[in-house]
Design a protein around this ligand. Structure first.
Ligand SMILES: Nc1ncnc2c1ncn2[C@@H]1O[C@H](COP(=O)(O)OP(=O)(O)OP(=O)(O)O)[C@@H](O)[C@H]1O
Ligand SMILES: [Mg+2]
Length: 340
């Protein structure tokens, strides 16, 4: 019987945790839990702040009524370098020695300071020596990884995996038809974009602009206090039919700026794979719940299909556990817990 794993996504606005176990056919979600991030960041240099965050993580995990202390934790995209690189055909053993040198060409920080991880995405058929293989490189500063691991042990947990949130979320698409899609996780302070093609991560891109900037746009354009601005954003969003489009108008400059960054990810992908077009967008993260976002995303990105992720789809749920209205915020946490 597989052991239960906790997936933890430490967002700057909210902490999400899930308890998940592999089953013979899929995965079973036993419990989920969400709490606000009391310090508004993932790592802090202030010990007092860090203690506050650890205390909140402990409460969050306690709410799951955990049966194991094994945890897989997400890294924010701005804490990692994710690249798909092309390398000559090498055996596993050759690659494991060559990878640091290869990584040095692609990763903008000294290799001695990073923890490096890689996965071979594709290689020519056995026996073929020509051509190249595609390798997914993921590097995070050793210091960041250590600090996260320390935080988890303070919370009484044993870390069995640390990986970027987009990589974790890309697991949902492993069984789809392979056509390229843009996964956009629009959170509180960052919007993260991934192109997933042939069922695997192809490219990632991240910008420091998301829900907080959207709320701020309402505050300044409509002269509202932050709490009311937040309410307006959630109630009316960018739906032109609501509030005579006034909230929409306040939000549009920021929303369009986020979309133009999403477009850059699509363009970067399409310029390297000329025959492939991104026709599908999957939205996730809290800001993806904003009214009117799907229609506007389809318009601005020129895609035919925009869907809101439901990370619980296809998973078994414990008796009594209901899929929450804000299901889309759990995508990273569930993806993490589904990793091996
Ligand atoms: N119904 C809604 N409509 C619009 N925005 C929403 C809604 N619900 C939540 N949000 C926004 O979603 C954001 C929180 O989402 P999420 O939990 O994905 O962020 P996070 O992971 O904490 O942040 P980050 O990934 O940027 O560090 C907040 O900015 C919040 O205002
Ligand atoms: Mg997030």
């Amino acid at each position: 019987m597989a052991e239960e794993i906790i997936g933890l996504d430490i967002g700057t606005s909210s902490l999400k945790a899930v308890a998940v176990k592999a089953t013979s056919k899929s995965f079973a979600v036993r419990n989920i839990s969400i709490a606000t991030n009391p310090i508004g960041r993932v790592l802090s240099d202030s010990p007092a702040e860090q203690d506050k965050l650890v205390a909140q993580i402990k409460t969050l995990i306690k709410n799951l009524q955990p049966v194991s202390n094994k945890i897989r934790v997400g890294l924010a995209e701005n804490q990692v370098f994710t690249r798909v690189i092309s390398v000559p055909v090498l055996s596993e053993a050759e690659l494991s020695t060559a990878i640091r040198w290869e990584a040095e060409q692609h990763i903008p920080v000294p290799i001695s300071e990073v923890q490096l991880d890689y996965t071979v995405l594709s290689r020519p058929a056995k026996g073929v020596k020509e051509g190249s293989m595609e390798v997914l490189l993921v590097a995070a500063k050793q210091e960041t990884v250590n600090r996260l691991a320390d935080m988890m042990s303070l919370a009484g947990m044993e870390v069995v995996g640390i990986e970027p949130g987009l990589l974790a979320s890309s697991r949902y698409f492993s069984g789809s038809d392979g056509s390229p899609l843009l996964l956009a996780n629009i959170g509180a302070t960052t919007s993260d974009f991934a192109i997933i093609s042939e069922n695997r991560l192809n490219l990632t891109y991240s910008v420091p602009m998301a829900g907080v900037a959207l709320t701020r746009a309402i505050e300044s354009n409509l002269g509202l206090e932050v709490l009311q601005a937040e309410e307006y954003k959630r109630a009316y969003g960018i739906d032109p039919r609501l509030m005579e489009g006034k909230v929409r108008n306040a939000l549009m400059p920021v929303f369009s700026a986020i979309m133009s960054e999403a477009k850059k990810a699509i363009n970067a992908f399409e310029s390297t794979k000329r025959s492939k077009k991104v026709q599908r967008v999957v939205l996730s993260g809290g800001s993806a719940l904003m009214p009117g976002i799907s229609t506007e995303t389809a318009n601005q990105l020129g895609v035919s299909e925009v869907i809101l992720i439901n990370p619980f789809q296809g998973l078994e749920l414990s008796i009594g556990l209901k899929i929450p209205a804000e299901a889309a915020v759990y995508s990273v946490a569930i993806g993490l817990a589904m990793g091996v």
